[in-house]
Design a protein around this ligand. Structure first.
Ligand SMILES: [Zn+2]
Ligand SMILES: [Zn+2]
Length: 248
């Protein structure tokens, strides 16, 4: 399994960068997880949008879904290959189809929407996908992707959460948000986000092998977050880079 980072900014993009988006390749499947501001441009560096097998939306904040209407335009008006089924399955919060239809002014017929059900793993030909609710101001899901015995967990946006810790248990790679700098640690619960040290504590408690930090607010220094996470985790930590590929 491999994850490509399309964007690593949280809230709004840094100059020249993109917000949340990840392309996971596993078991011959291409799974898009979130598509925030600017992330479609990075996705198109990697693949033809008609080659996407499934889209997972953690929640409906714009830094995770802003480019989905643009992906829809690409699918609607692009050169459709023969044999393309005509729709891409999208798993997300139940309100996703109504929210996106409101944004674009009509239903998005290029997507088949499915509401995420907690604790009901989805099997996709050798890829197992499982979700849990996180602690964030809107309905948000962390996701665990398992293939050939290896697990990748993406926290999405969350404050410290028992459910996310349990979903992360024993994963090879934990892709954790580290939105806030340590100066905001006291406000993490209220904000519904983590700092580097809180992401490190989550990784330590869940017994994961490796911690990747992402979703940095533009004023957060990723290297400070890595240092704080390393201290709390004790295992390997790195800040993801836009365009970077990480093996799981
Ligand atoms: Zn976010
Ligand atoms: Zn959010």
């Amino acid at each position: 399994m491999r994850v490509w980072v399309l964007g690593r900014c949280g809230g709004y993009p840094r100059p020249g960068e993109a917000c949340s988006g990840y392309l996971v390749e596993a078991a011959g499947r291409r799974v898009l997880v979130d598509l925030g501001h600017g992330a479609l441009s990075r996705l198109l560096l990697r693949l033809d949008p008609y080659d996407l097998d499934v889209v997972l939306l953690s929640h409906l904040h714009p830094d995770h879904v802003a480019d989905l209407p643009a992906l829809r335009v690409a699918l609607r008006w692009g050169r459709r290959p023969a044999g393309w089924p005509g729709r891409v399955p999208v798993l997300g919060p139940a309100q996703a189809p109504d929210y996106l239809a409101h944004v674009v002014g009509e239903p998005l017929e290029e997507f088949d929407f499915y509401a995420i059900a907690e604790a009901e793993p989805v099997e996709l030909d050798g890829l197992r996908v499982q979700f849990c609710r996180t602690r964030h101001p809107v309905e948000t899901y962390a996701v665990r992707l398992e293939s050939q015995g290896a697990a990748l967990v993406y926290t999405a946006d969350t404050a410290p959460s028992d459910a996310v810790r349990e979903l992360s248990r024993g994963a090879e790679v934990l892709l954790a948000e580290a939105t806030l700098s340590e100066a905001y640690r006291d406000r993490a619960d209220a904000a519904g986000h983590l700092t580097g040290s809180l992401a490190g504590a989550l990784a330590q408690e869940a017994g994961v092998r490796r911690l990747l930090l992402t979703h940095f607010f533009p004023t957060t220094d990723p290297q400070e977050s890595v240092a704080a996470a390393q201290k709390a985790f004790g295992g390997p930590v790195e800040a993801v880079e836009e365009g970077g590929a990480y093996e799981v």
